[in-house]
Design a protein around this ligand. Sequence first.
Ligand code: PLP
Length: 390
Amino acid sequence: MERIYLDNAATTPLDDEVIDCMVNILKFNYGNPSSTHSLGQEAKTILEEARRKIADSLRVTPGEIVFTSCGTESNNMIIKSAVNYLGVERIITSALEHKCVAETCLEMKKLKGVELVYLRPDSSGDFDLDQLEKALKSSDKKTLVTLMHANNEIGNILDIERVAHICKENNALFHSDTVQTMAHLDLDFSKIPVDFASCSAHKFHGPKGAGFAFVRKSSGLKGIITGGPQERSLRAGTENVTGIAGLGKAWEISQDKMEDYKNHILGIKHYAIQQLKEKIPGIKFNGRSADNSSLYTVLNILIPYKNPLIGLQLDMKGIAISQGSACSSGASKPSMVLMSVLSEDDLDNATPVRVSFSHFTKRSDIDAFVSALQEIGESFVIEKADSVHR
Ligand code: PLP
């Protein structure tokens, strides 16, 4: 059975060039970057080259890139350290954040008594930024604003440049979870005054287990993993040289090919929208995911009947999609994001499905997905009719 992968917001397949680069390093560059001998220094050079490439594209200095194991670790480190070391007493966030941000904020409330303020999204999943300004002006407490750049489920993009300026004007720190946009959009942090951001290599054809936190030089943030002086003491522990080299390679490819990949993926997304509208009567799209303003890799669909088994049925046909966010797929309860943007009627009587694309996605993958949905829809209607007659 041919496998069709439409779950690229959860993770992406590795690029061949990334695999080759990592295999070489596994075989030959086994030195510890902290060792002073030449094998160690070669490993150190590999790390610093990856760091420089990333820093150049983000228009920041290499010292502002801290390698971590993933997006979750980066977000944890930033939020926990802002509370522990920067005197943050209040966090402004939203119900649409990824679990690794949402749960960390809740923990900071429980353990440190941090006040949590949630911005309310509208029914499309967007935020009125006047709400943020009002919240910022309503208290003198030292505040961290944490709002994601692009939503991993519905693809809404936040104007982080504007949010960063609002935060600066109101003396607040700003962290953005940029896991879904790093290496997919051109981010220029010399223009966007964000204090902290996060990245995960496996979202753009790099390996799992490698990511980084962007930590603005002047911020004073400290690490939460203590030990050796690695990563300028912001993240102790021997570096994952192979993973970081893979991250650097995947980063380099995605910077070189960003426009080509974006055009290809947008073509796929528009084709998917058009085919779904034509072949699945009553189909709708959630959040802003079908709008041109959304993240081009994500499309969140509302199938016009209730079928909690749809993910499993598609999987049996060789098609991988997501029914919630990656971490909570398999859970029968809709995610907080879907609960925020769907009406009660839609939650009761329809089925949300997220498909997400990469430059490997082909039009024939979309054709197979749409015809599988048609088949499932037809058998579903017959089964329902049968059960009514029984
Ligand atoms: N933030 C967002 C928006 C994500 O989509 C994800 C992964 O799904 C993460 C954070 C967590 O990243 P990682 O899987 O690298 O821990």
